[in-house]
Design a protein around this ligand. Structure first.
Ligand SMILES: Nc1ncnc2c1ncn2[C@@H]1O[C@H](COP(=O)(O)OP(=O)(O)OP(=O)(O)O)[C@@H](O)[C@H]1O
Ligand SMILES: *[C@@H]1O[C@H](CO)[C@@H](O)[C@H](O)[C@H]1NC(C)=O
Length: 318
């Protein structure tokens, strides 16, 4: 058998324990008022959910991946599983339940790009610790496990605990953020990665610049994670670690953004890929490369549809 860490290893190197959501998107000239019915000019269905998005990006870079999640026993669930398979992701622990529908995000976007969104997490909230126990073999043999907050927090905490106790690196993305995040999340995260508004919610500080992000990152670090990363949109990201306790700003190249939806998930998925396959690479270099990959994703429309494949990226990123 190949040594762990080498390409071709038998077990998934990146395991995501998280969400799948079907995006139901209607484009309209303006948003409807309460009680009003209006006609839109376009409708499409997309694959989303932060967990699956991050998994798809890691897989497209060449990571061997497994998606531990729950969808409904319905057509959206069947289609989602097919989407994961088409991305080369293992669905061995992608469960289907009769108890709830596949998670959905119903989205209305007007001509100005303003939107209203209703998320029904549905089956995502039924992923439980029993499901994790069945997936223990893949979780415990991963290089990196990623969690977010679109499933039941207790399930995420259990997944992080399982990974930690098996020496698997944990990458935690506290999205969507809540001010009262359980302090255990910090203690169980090897890498804690959020965006500006999440950093504000978690710390109560204003985060509008790289300098302010550095201050927020130090608050996050004090809560127990060894590495805190705050993404800054077109500004790249800021990283602070217990090893290098001076905040470092890693800017990104200037590109023409077409659609930034899902950029944060592209970034997190790319970071997981580098952590798993290039464990000796300096963290700053991983982040520079994750910035490059997320910058590609903002130059095309859609969420997963905008995520680049290895074959379309410069060889210097690998
Ligand atoms: N306009 C941009 N130009 C270049 N890179 C970008 C741009 N927007 C985002 N990125 C890249 O994507 C990363 C994540 O972006 P951002 O901080 O906006 O995350 P997010 O808010 O979670 O994304 P989302 O739009 O999905 O909510 C950034 O760190 C950067 O690398
Ligand atoms: C951060 O991510 C959340 C999703 O968790 C999103 O709603 C919010 O708009 C993002 N903030 C920024 C500044 O991009």
């Amino acid at each position: 058998m190949a040594a762990s860490g080498e390409p071709g290893r038998r077990w998934p190197a990146v395991v995501v324990v998280g969400s799948c959501m079907t995006d139901l998107v209607s484009l309209t000239s303006r948003l409807p008022k309460t009680g009003e019915t209006i006609h839109g000019h376009k409708f499409f269905i997309g694959f989303g959910g932060k967990g699956a998005n991050q998994c798809v990006q890691a897989a497209r870079l060449g990571a061997k991946t497994s998606m531990v999640c729950k969808v409904g026993k319905d057509s959206f669930g069947n289609d989602y599983i097919e989407n994961l398979k088409q991305n080369g992701i293992s669905t061995e622990f992608t469960y289907q339940t009769q108890d709830a529908a596949t998670g959905t995000a119903s989205i209305i976007v007007d001509d100005e790009g303003q939107n209203i969104i209703v998320i029904v997490a549905g089956a995502n909230l039924f992923l439980n610790t029993e499901d994790l126990r069945k997936a223990a073999s893949v979780i415990s043999r991963a290089k990196v496990m990623i969690c977010q907050l679109e499933i039941t927090p207790a399930t995420s905490l259990e997944a992080l605990t399982m990974a930690r106790s098996n020496g698997v690196r944990t990458l935690f993305n506290p999205a969507p953020a809540a001010a009262d995040l359980d302090p255990q999340f910090y203690a169980l995260s090897d890498v804690f990665c959020c965006n500006e508004s999440e950093a504000e919610i978690l710390t109560g500080l204003t985060v509008g610049s790289a300098a302010e992000a550095g201050q927020a990152a130090s608050v996050l670090l004090e809560r127990g994670c060894p590495v805190a990363i705050i993404t800054l949109g077109a500004g790249g990201c800021v990283v602070l670690s217990q090893k290098e306790p001076v905040p470092k700003h890693i800017p990104t190249e200037r590109v023409k953004a077409v659609d930034t939806t899902g950029a944060g998930d592209s970034f997190v998925g790319a970071l997981a890929f580098y952590l798993a396959y290039y464990p000796d690479m300096p963290l700053e270099e991983m982040l520079r490369r994750a910035n490059c990959i997320a910058a590609v994703s903002v130059q095309a429309a859609g969420t997963q549809s905008s995520y680049p494949h290895k074959k379309d990226l410069p060889l210097t990123l690998f």
